[in-house]
Write a protein that binds this ligand. Structure first.
Ligand code: HSE
Length: 436
């Protein structure tokens, strides 16, 4: 049986993991794909460096273009990360009639529309299961398993590094910076970890999930993005007292006039399954009609989980070698000519409940002034707690939970509360979702 010959771009954590996985489960993978899959040519930034995998049976060199241009390679696996060079290599592989498998969420979120159009023109497949939620086969589940359903919303913990940091803040009271350094050491964090903690990585993944859930073009620039940098251990503790956990979520939902795409810290009721996804684990909850909610949980980062998704795509490509392009599963789940132009709405049009924390003077009537602003705006309050002042402090922390309200109304109410003489500094505002 003639092996399928793969060219591998990038031999770092995920590249090494992929070579190891192809070797470790070679028999199983061959039985499933119908042919063995071999990496025959690879490119690495430092070809002479010690590796986590064997490079005995492959040509290894610095020049990634040589791997793409090698007439022997039939599938190119792009694992170099970054955007510009990755895009150039991907388009070149496509023009040479080669199928591509990538773990690069930034590449797909930013340039997927163009890449898929070029791949369609050239009759090749582009697999990107590894780009979202590491080892969880969420692309396959939404694109194929839920194909009979209309997706209503999808909410996920899709950045392992942020989840790891929030979990450590809650359970171990550890400092943000210390936990982030550990995530970098363990290979979870992006090369630029601000992508993890500022929500960019999650926004890349949400862009992809939203497109396959709703059949809309990839629109990274429309995602509302907030990271976990503003979350304090106080907020984690107060939320916990109120029966909630703070999670960094990516949410896409039909919002009446369009689709809302947002990534931000969110209070979830502690009984909610997603609220109990801790450490570096990822999970995505999908609410579909008529199926109802389903939950997909697993390791979202690291060598083995990501390699598992890369190999799944490789096997799919091999199985589809002989299929006519029009019979393959569409890149974004819906046929390319059937993508919808449903608009992505801004945050002002999104409805959600809120956790508010403010520092107020401890005087008669102050709480009434604050709740008066909310009541005038028609915002209903679910809970209020006032904490003891810190030693020597002039103000006390006040925490409010509201019912659901249109975000534009809440923006105006927050401005009015911050303008009160008795309220010091800015409000902390975190959205609350029950996912009921
Ligand atoms: N930096 C990412 C994370 C890796 O922490 O989830 C997987 O995309």
């Amino acid at each position: 049986m003639q092996p399928v010959k793969v060219g591998l771009l990038g031999l770092g954590t995920v590249g090494g993991g992929t070579v190891n996985l192809l070797e470790r489960n070679r028999d199983e993978i061959t039985r499933r794909a119908g042919r063995p899959i071999d990496v025959v040519h690879a490119a690495a930034r430092h070809p002479d460096r010690a590796r986590t995998c064997s490079t005995e049976h492959m040509r290894l060199e610095y020049d990634a273009f040589a791997v793409v241009d090698d007439p022997d390679t039939e599938i190119i696996v792009e694992l170099i990360g970054g955007v510009d060079l990755a895009k150039e290599l991907t388009l070149r592989a496509i023009e040479r009639g080669k199928h591509v498998v990538t773990a690069n969420k930034a590449l797909i979120a930013l340039h997927g529309n163009e890449i898929f159009a070029r791949a369609r023109d050239n009759g090749v497949t582009v697999g990107f299961e590894a780009a979202v939620a590491g080892g969880i086969p969420i692309i396959k589940a939404v694109r194929e398993g839920l194909v009979g359903n209309r997706i209503e919303w999808l909410a996920g913990i899709i950045n392992g590094t942020s989840n790891f940091i929030l979990s450590e803040m809650l359970y171990a009271g550890r400092e943000f910076g210390e936990v982030l350094a550990e995530a970098q050491r363990l290979g979870y964090a992006e090369a630029d970890p601000t992508f993890d903690v500022e929500g960019v990585d999650a926004a890349h993944k949400l862009t992809i999930l939203a497109s396959i859930a709703f059949g809309i073009p990839l629109q990274f620039d429309k995602v509302h993005m907030e990271g976990i940098g503003q979350i304090s251990t106080d907020d984690v503790a107060y939320a916990s007292e109120l029966g909630f956990r703070i999670k960094h979520l990516g949410i896409c939902r039909r919002e009446g006039d369009g689709i809302g795409l947002r990534v931000h810290p969110t209070l979830l009721p502690e009984r909610q399954l997603l609220a109990n996804v801790d450490g570096v684990m990822n999970a995505v909850m999908v609410n579909a009609d008529p199926l109802g909610p389903t939950l997909y949980y697993g390791a979202g980062a690291g060598a083995d989980p990501t390699a598992s998704a890369v190999v799944a795509d490789l096997v799919d490509v091999v199985r589809e070698f002989t299929l006519e392009p029009e019979n393959r599963v569409p890149y974004l789940a819906f046929q390319s000519h059937s993508l919808s132009d449903e608009p992505v709405v801004g945050m002002e049009a999104v409805d959600t409940a809120y956790y508010l924390r403010l520092e107020a003077q401890d005087e008669p009537g102050v709480l009434a002034e604050v709740t008066g602003v909310l009541s005038q705006a028609g915002i209903s309050i679910e809970a209020v707690i006032q904490k003891q002042p810190a030693p020597g402090a002039e103000t006390v922390p006040v925490i409010l939970l509201t019912h659901r309200v249109r975000e534009s109304k809440m923006d105006a109410a927050c401005q009015a509360i911050e303008a009160l003489d008795a309220v010091h500094g800015s409000l902390v505002r975190i959205r609350v979702e029950t996912l009921a």
